[in-house]
Design a binder for this molecule. Sequence first.
Ligand code: ADP
Ligand code: ADP
Length: 233
Amino acid sequence: RNVIRLHQVNKSYLMADEMFYALRNIDLCIAENDYVAIIGPSGSGKSTLMNVLGCLDTPTSGQYQLGEHDVATLNETELAELRNEAVGFIFQSFNLLPRATVLANVMQPLVYRLMPNKTRQAMALEALQRVGLADKTGHLPNQLSGGQRQRVAIARALVTRPRILLGDEPTGNLDSKTTKDIMALFDQLHQEGHTIILVTHEQDIAEHCQRVIRLVDGQVAEDIRNNQGAQLH
Ligand code: ADP
Ligand code: ADP
């Protein structure tokens, strides 16, 4: 079952009187529980694709179906709701609020939800338990290591219980040991049924995923399945 379907998706910008295509005629389906790496040279459209998939940005033309929703038909409010419910984002630089505690950072995506604050806290604590950081709720981000900060960001992505996790170079700021730990966490989340899509520059990580999509000049140049994701070394 496909959770993501892109049909003839373009994303263009007007630059010096000319149309520049960051994404060009993308046809792509991603199945539920797929584990995908997006690779390609700098400027090939990887971040643009992730932003479209995560509804942070909308295509200039073409269709994007996310679950049951035809994204082009949604207004800003509906799009924000879908983004909040359907996907969790993880960034290279963690993007935590520096003055907020770990618990407050993880509760952040729930602020617009109509629920008692106690429920938000309980959901954030549960998400922190899943990433092994339930003992750090009162810490500030700068009291944690890089790997711990990324776990907090993963807990923040999980707190709304999305089915899809999108990581834009999630291990790009981490050393190789910490990268392995974070990938083990993604493996666990994949086994629990999440659909995982990661942008990476690292060959090891791409080979570890079950499917590798290579972008070149805004187009899908290659789409390969590795049924056995390779071990990280
Ligand atoms: P990647 O993530 O693969 O490095 P990006 O998706 O960030 O590539 O960018 C793809 C291309 O689109 C780049 O050439 C970039 O300069 C261009 N681009 C991205 N966002 C914008 C924008 N808001 N306005 C104009 N050009 C953009
Ligand atoms: P990472 O490897 O996660 O990118 P660092 O290179 O900063 O983070 O730290 C390497 C190791 O040192 C971490 O795995 C962690 O165990 C420890 N460490 C780093 N910063 C701190 C800190 N502020 N408090 C406690 N331990 C830390």
